[in-house]
Design a protein around this ligand. Structure first.
Ligand SMILES: Cc1cc2nc3c(=O)[nH]c(=O)nc-3n(C[C@H](O)[C@H](O)[C@H](O)COP(=O)(O)O)c2cc1C
Length: 157
């Protein structure tokens, strides 16, 4: 199944996870771009708002599965991810999957926010918890690979 992995990443961990998932699935990658002004990103996340994002390069309606990933900020879904899902809701295929690379606080609320913004239940989700370092550990990389394998096992990729 043709798959798109769309992600937002400020400090690189979600980018790395997206690259691993896309590599394992042979998927196309779409980076969700937004202004890196941290205080604004935090405030918007906290308020449950979206933010201005760059024009996506890929059309999600051309894919059978769209995997979307990003961080948790201030206990909520990162604003650029919300904006992407809001904007592409009508173009998303029936099958979506979500992942978060985050500090492990607020992930449930962020996943609920993704489902609401996408208007669809995900076929699978993954929460990859990172420590202080701005990089994925070997274990985190294995979690990203396992998520991709789950998607294959489900027969959605
Ligand atoms: C200002 C700020 C606030 C954050 N708030 C949360 C939070 O509420 N919950 C959480 O799990 N992680 C939180 N994090 C951690 C990020 O989600 C984590 O560092 C993630 O890996 C960042 O993704 P990125 O490297 O792709 O940008 C926060 C990070 C920053 C910089």
């Amino acid at each position: 199944m043709k798959t798109l992995v769309a992600y937002y990443s400020l400090s690189g961990t979600n980018r790395r996870a997206a690259e691993i998932v896309a590599g394992a699935l042979g998927a196309d990658l779409e980076e969700i771009k937004a202004s890196p002004m941290v205080p604004l990103l935090i405030l918007k996340a906290w308020l449950g708002m979206g933010t201005k994002i760059g024009e996506p390069k890929r059309d999600p309606s051309e894919y059978g599965l769209v995997v979307v990933g990003g961080p948790v900020f201030a206990g909520k879904l990162a604003a650029p991810v919300k904006s992407y899902l809001d904007r592409e809701r009508a173009s998303l295929p029936g099958k979506v999957a979500f992942f978060l690379v985050c500090g492990g606080r607020g992930d449930r609320e962020a996943l609920a926010g993704m489902e609401k913004a996408a208007g669809r239940k995900p076929v699978a989700t993954a929460v990859i918890t990172v420590g202080d370092k701005k990089r994925l550990s070997v274990e985190n990389e294995a979690q990203a690979k396992a998520f991709a394998e789950t998607l294959k096992t489900l027969g959605v990729s």
